[in-house]
Structures are given as structure tokens and as C-alpha cells.
Design a protein around this ligand. Structure first.
Ligand SMILES: Cc1ncc(COP(=O)(O)O)c(C=O)c1O
Length: 496
């Protein structure tokens, strides 16, 4: 067998010969019983000393890949073939637990459509990059990095303080830095909370329709996830399963419907949690952006028993790519959350934390939120006007005065037809999400979620006009007037 071995560098020649022959055996190019070239011959071919080849052969022999028969030569051993079945060589023999195959990865990073109404995305183009760059550069100086030691898993002290102060001003949440745990986005906050409070098999109640990444995470931890219906007042507390140990809610701006949880419902939820000894995650992901109406008090400010874990994110007020979020927990849980963060990934990246602390302390965050609130309010108004105007025959807006998206229920089409409308809209360059993609088990709700973080204000009218035309032409073929030649192909919206 003329096995191919080539040496490019001059370092560790014996190691390189060993690795290439071993790979040839594992990948099945050399099979049990095949002879290796005599050491003298291979040494000549590779212009190395015979001793170098002998070292490689000794190592292969020591690990059982080859057997040397005195006077006959060196042969691939039987055991080696069994150790490396050829069929598995390409993919490896290990298989992930089946649960991972059932979890679709969010399509938010699919190629955007020309008119992008996807939810959950802020307007990155208006982010104050020069300021952020300056603050990050400060934190990347040798003097700021110091000895480069690991930091406190609970978070950079300056950021914990800044978050506590910021929440007091922006959300009326009175807290202390000690109660803040900094996380990699809200997603990690959910992970830490679930691991701190629950064991596999425990029940978690989530809103249905709701935010899929949270429930997928709970499922991946072996928790039993139960979807609980949502009505105009928020999660239907009477429908909560008695054994739920944790309830996940978005009270300020239900995701995806957009309504706020009413005060009586908030009180009922807290009361339920008390009676059932359960914890509540309050996901306050985008409520810094409010466009009128009375500010809604966070659930955690009504919580006298310490059952609410308030989770926030910088993904909407800044950028999702920063991956910074936090959890404000009752004091008794802070130690365990800190330890959970430590075992998860030690801590969130320190230069980013320190830069963010300055960003907040120097007033840049408040200014950015203020600026973006004006921009988003215009977009919110444009969409709600269109829903009252050209789209009113097809969609009815769900009242909402906060956040980065508006949802609407369908007047004329079924949930199944709405999926087709969304597909056809995509072909016309308009990305929208059918509400049915957020459901778990509750009956399909025919409707759409319209995000306005990623679409320019001036593009909204044209995008919604195209959407209205899609509704009008449903059932027929797309007319050339709405087929968008510049829209790129885009994966269908998955459930997130
Ligand atoms: C309901 C909800 N919670 C939280 C988030 C933010 O998640 P993260 O902080 O992990 O980026 C989003 C983003 O879309 C969301 O829609």
C-alpha cells in the first residue's frame, strides 16, 4: 500500500508522520493487515533519518494501531480498524440528545428583506458608535486591564451600581447593586434562574403565545413547560397549572401580542405565586420605550414577598450583539445566582461591562433612549395609522403603547392563510411574522407581529402598502407590481 505522507515543515517530523499514518488508519485508507512502508524506504522518500520514522512507528505500535512482526514488517492491527469504523469517520460516532434536533435556531439572522418588520431588533444605525468606541478603547488600555484577572461573577461593581441607579430612574425599580447579577443577555438570566431554582422535571408556566427562546431553554434543562393562555389583560392566572414552580411573563409588553398586564392581573399573579410557593420571572425586555399612557409599574415593585426576579436587557436600548443583560433577584437568591454565573462562564466580558458602566454614568444611555423613543414613536404611529387606514380591512391592531413592535389580529384570513400571506409578503420584499409562530398549544391566533426597530420610518408606508396588496391578491398569483426584484431570498420566519 503506497500511503501518502508529506512533510511540509521541519518541526516535529516524527510526530507529523505518526499523525498522518494514524489519520490514514482511522479514516480507513489503511485497513487491518495492510503493511506500512519499511522504515528505510519511507525515510528515503521523506528525506528524514530512519530513526525519525522508527519513532513514529513505535508510537503507533505503542497505541495499538500497528503491529511489528520481526523479519516481516509493520502492519495495521485488527484493533485499530475496530476502533475507527469507516462509516462514522466523517461525522463521528457521538450523537446529541434528541431534544436539540427539535429546537429551531432563530431566523433573526437570516438575510433581511427590503422592508424588514421583524420583531426584537433595535435600530443599530442610530447607535452612538463613536462614544461606544471611545469608552471601549478606554477599557482596553493596559492600565485599565491591569493584571487581566478574572472578575466578580456577579458583575463589574461599577456596572452593578450603574444598573441599580438606571433602573431607579427609568423603571422606578428601587434596588441595590448587591441584588444585580450581570448576565450575557436575558437569555442567560433565564438559564441561571432556572438552574438556581428548579430541578429537571419541575414545571414552568410560560405565556402562550410567547417568547420561544425562553421556553426552549427551559425545555433543554429538562423542565416541563406548560403554555398558559394570554388575554387582553395578560397571562390568564386562573389557567396556571397548580404545580408550576416558576412562571415566566412579559407584563410590560406581552411578547408578541403587545398588551400590558393589567393591575388586577398583576396582583392576581403575585397572589397565585404566594399561594403556590412559586417564583416569577418578569422579562422587562423593551419597556423603556413608552409612547403615552401611564407608565406601568413593574411587577417587582408590587412584590412584597420576594417572589419576582426582574430581568432586563441592553439588547433593545443598545444592541443585541453586546449580549449584556441582568437580573434583579431577592437577596436570598443572589449568592446562588452568582455561583451559577461562575460555573456557567465565570463572568460577562469585563471591558464591555466597564464601558457600559461609563456609558450609563455619563448619561449616554439615557440620551440614546430619549432619542430612540422619538424615532420609535414615529414608527409606532405610522404603523398604527396604517392599521387604521389601508390595512384596516384585513388587520385589527392590538392596543399597545410600548416597545418595538405592534401586533394585529386578522379580520379576513385564518391562521393558516396568514402563514401563506407572510410567505407571499416575503416574496414581495416584506418580512412579517405570523402570530401563530409564537404559539405553543393554544389555538392558532390569526394575526401578525410588526416590528419597527429594523425598518426606517420612511420605508414603513411602502412596506405596509405591499403587505396590503398581498392581502388583496391572496389566492391569486403575486402580481409583478408587488414582486420585488431587489428583495433577496430569505429563510422563512421560524418560531422565536
Ligand atoms: C421577550 C423577549 N425577551 C428578551 C429579549 C432579549 O433577549 P437577550 O437579552 O437575550 O438579547 C427579547 C429579544 O427579542 C425578547 O423578545
Amino acid at each position: 500500500v503506497d500511503v501518502h505522507v508529506s512533510l511540509l515543515g521541519r518541526a516535529d517530523l516524527a510526530g507529523e508522520i505518526y499523525r498522518q499514518l494514524r489519520a490514514a488508519i482511522i479514516e480507513g485508507r489503511l485497513r487491518a493487515g495492510d503493511p506500512l512502508p519499511p522504515t528505510r524506504e519511507l525515510a528515503r522518500r521523506l528525506s528524514v533519518s530512519r530513526g525519525t520514522v522508527a519513532v513514529a512507528y513505535d508510537r503507533l505500535s505503542g497505541e495499538g494501531y500497528v503491529t511489528t512482526r520481526i523479519g516481516a514488517g509493520t502492519f495495521v492491527s485488527d484493533g485499530a480498524a475496530r476502533r475507527a469504523p469507516a462509516a462514522a469517520a466523517a461525522e463521528g460516532v457521538l450523537r446529541a440528545r434528541p431534544i436539540w434536533a427539535g429546537i429551531p435556531v432563530s431566523a433573526v439572522f437570516a438575510a433581511p428583506a427590503r422592508y424588514d418588520f421583524r420583531t426584537g431588533l433595535p435600530d443599530a444605525s442610530r447607535f452612538p458608535f463613536p462614544t461606544w468606541r471611545r469608552l471601549m478603547a478606554l477599557e482596553l488600555r493596559a492600565s485599565a486591564v491591569g493584571r487581566g484577572e478574572y472578575g466578580d461573577p456577579a458583575g463589574h461593581p461599577a456596572l452593578r451600581s450603574a444598573i441599580a441607579r438606571h433602573l431607579g430612574v427609568s423603571r422606578g425599580v428601587v434596588t441595590t447593586p448587591e441584588r444585580v447579577t450581570v448576565t450575557n443577555g436575558t437569555q442567560q438570566a433565564f438559564d441561571l434562574i432556572a438552574r438556581v431554582l428548579l430541578a429537571p422535571g419541575d414545571r414552568v408556566a410560560v405565556e402562550d403565545p410567547g417568547y420561544a427562546p425562553a421556553r426552549r431553554l427551559f425545555q433543554s434543562l429538562g423542565l416541563e413547560v406548560i403554555g398558559v393562555p394570554v388575554d387582553d389583560h395578560g397571562l390568564v392566572v386562573d389557567a396556571l397549572p397548580a404545580q408550576a414552580r416558576l412562571v415566566y411573563v412579559t407584563p410590560s409588553h406581552q411578547y408578541p401580542l403587545g398588551s400590558a398586564m393589567s393591575l388586577p392581573r398583576r396582583m392576581a399573579l403575585l397572589d397565585w405565586a404566594n399561594r403556590h410557593d412559586a417564583a416569577i420571572i418578569e422579562d422587562d425586555y423593551d419597556s423603556e420605550f413608552r409612547y403615552g399612557g401611564r407608565p406601568i409599574e413593574p411587577l417587582c415593585t408590587l412584590d412584597v414577598d420576594g417572589r419576582v426576579l426582574f430581568v432586563g436587557s441592553f439588547s433593545k436600548v443598545m444592541l443585541p450583539t453586546l449580549r449584556v443583560g441582568f437580573v434583579i433577584a431577592p437577596p436570598a437568591l443572589c449568592g446562588a445566582l452568582r455561583t451559577a454565573k461562575y460555573v456557567a462562564d465565570w463572568h460577562t466580558t469585563l471591558p464591555t461591562q466597564a464601558a457600559l458602566a461609563r456609558f450609563i454614568d455619563e448619561g449616554h444611555l439615557a440620551r440614546h433612549i430619549h432619542k430612540m423613543r422619538v424615532v420609535y414613536q414615529q414608527r409606532h404611529n405610522r404603523i398604527t395609522e396604517a392599521l387604521r387606514g389601508p390595512l384596516s380591512a384585513h388587520l385589527a391592531a392590538i392596543a399597545s403603547a410600548a416597545g418595538l413592535h405592534v401586533s394585529a389580529t386578522a379580520r379576513t384570513v385564518s391562521a393558516e392563510e396568514m402563514n401563506a400571506v407572510a410567505q407571499r409578503a416575503l416574496a414581495a420584499g416584506v418580512a412579517v411574522q405570523p402570530l401563530s409562530t409564537f404559539r405553543i398549544t393554544q389555538p392558532f391566533r390569526a394575526g401578525l407581529a410588526l416590528g419597527y426597530g429594523a425598518i426606517e420610518t420612511d420605508d414603513i408606508d411602502e412596506g405596509l402598502l405591499r403587505l396590503a396588496r398581498v392581502f388583496q391578491t391572496r389566492g391569486g398569483a403575486l402580481t409583478s407590481s408587488i414582486a420585488d426584484p431587489i428583495s433577496r431570498p430569505c429563510a422563512p420566519m421560524s418560531n422565536w
